[in-house]
Design a protein around this ligand. Structure first.
Ligand code: IPM
Ligand code: MG
Length: 385
């Protein structure tokens, strides 16, 4: 029987609450599609840091590396200074596991209310591919004249060709399996050097995908276009910080951060992907049953898609959507919602929420298949010749 071995980092606050529900749904999908999922819990997050001052150590990274994928709940706790776990655990794992790609779907499901007036599900189904290891997130920098009126901070940003290319290549492959349109989102008129590199890479990679249309939007203009004309976008590829910002905007479009899923992926396939809801740890409602597990379940669906179980992923998404369409009753609890989604996995029909052939879940499965063949990039081909 096919077995997928998942590392589970429930983390802090509502992280463990929603992760339990995600796993309940994953097991239901495994039952329907005849595969097995094994899980190992990993003790990382605020408690660990408070106990032994460790956000992430080498041994934990190596353990995580040994699994097929990682499910992360959420990290963050008022007792831990801001940044310690965000940078020391989440960003550190993204970098250590070479997660050059962060997949962030923006999809409005039928029956979910968007704050954007008149937005319909047909008009809102795109995916943001965020570069996930570089840009201003690379860290590094210095402050001079500290403690004076002239204190001056320098914050480094890096943009390397390999990570940019890996990200752009993934975006094109995904678009090819979907609606064949890639939009680069950057700020090339001001960030001239990084912008030039991104544009060059998009042009270069794009030559291998002549049937994929190319488009460009500045990051500031994106904040207008995304809410007003989301139908313009299929796959949006962007730098780390722009991706962080516009994906929160995207989450708003689709009904809130409670529905926003994400997957951190090493497109070479060498390291396991890490799948996490975009929302935070909401410590104030931890254990109260008020957290919506939908984003965690949808992140687990991305995980299954990436592991090649795209039929299971499609069904998990459809089951989640069918439950989301009914929410809003005061009695809905974390466990109640998770249990309902898991129950629906047996009979959910992916076609009920749109054409499964252009779904992100199917596309991620297709990209994964190509990954396994290790298709050479134009750069590899030029080196070889
Ligand atoms: C996200 C979050 C993270 C980020 C934090 C928690 C490090 O905002 O996943 O979007 O800034 O990338
Ligand atoms: Mg963010």
């Amino acid at each position: 029987m096919r077995t997928h071995d998942l590392a589970v980092v429930g983390g802090d606050g509502i992280g463990p609450d929603v992760t339990v529900e995600a796993l309940r749904c994953v097991h239901a999908a495994a039952d329907r599609f005849g595969f097995r999922v094994t899980t190992t819990d990993h003790d990382l997050g605020a408690e660990r840091w408070l106990r032994d001052g460790v956000a992430l150590d080498e041994a934990s990274t190596e353990e995580l590396r040994g699994h097929d994928a990682i499910l992360l709940g959420a990290v963050g706790d008022p007792r831990v200074p801001p940044g310690v776990l965000e940078r020391g655990l989440v960003v550190a794992l993204r970098v250590a596991l070479r997660h050059a790609v962060n997949v962030r779907p923006v999809r409005l499901y039928p029956g979910v209310t968007s704050p954007i007036r008149d937005l319909t599900p047909e008009r809102c189904d795109l995916v943001i591919i965020r570069e996930n290891t570089e840009g201003l997130y690379a860290g590094g920098g210095s402050t001079v004249h500290q403690g004076t009126d002239h204190a001056t901070a320098i914050q480094n940003s890096i943009t390397t060709t390999p990570a940019t290319r890996a990200c752009v290549d993934y975006a094109f492959r995904l678009a090819q399996a979907r609606r064949r349109r890639v939009t680069l989102c950057h700020k090339t008129n001001i960030l001239v050097e990084a912008g030039k590199l991104w544009t060059t890479v998009v042009d270069e990679v794009g030559t291998s995908f002549p049937d994929v249309e190319q488009d460009y939007v500045h990051a500031d203009a994106m904040c207008q276009h995304l809410p007003l004309t989301p139908e313009r976008f299929d796959v949006v590829v962007t730098d780390n910080l722009f991706g962080d910002i516009i994906s929160d905007l995207g989450a708003t479009l689709q009904g809130g951060l409670g529905l926003a899923a994400s997957g951190n992926i090493d497109p070479t396939g060498e390291n396991p992907g890490m799948f996490e809801p975009v929302h935070g740890s909401a410590p104030d409602i931890a254990g109260t049953g008020r957290a919506n597990p939908a984003a965690a379940v949808l992140s687990a669906a991305l995980c299954l898609a990436h592991l090649g179980e795209h039929d299971a992923a499609l069904v998990l998404e459809a089951a989640t959507a069918s439950v989301l369409a009914e929410l809003g009753n005061a009695g809905d609890s974390t466990t109640g919602i998770g249990t309902r989604i898991a129950e629906r996995v047996g009979g959910a029909d992916p076609a009920a929420i749109g054409d499964p052939t252009v779904s992100l879940m199917t596309a991620m499965g297709a990209v994964r298949t190509i990954d396994q063949q290790k298709r050479p990039t134009p750069h590899d081909r030029s080196l070889a010749s």
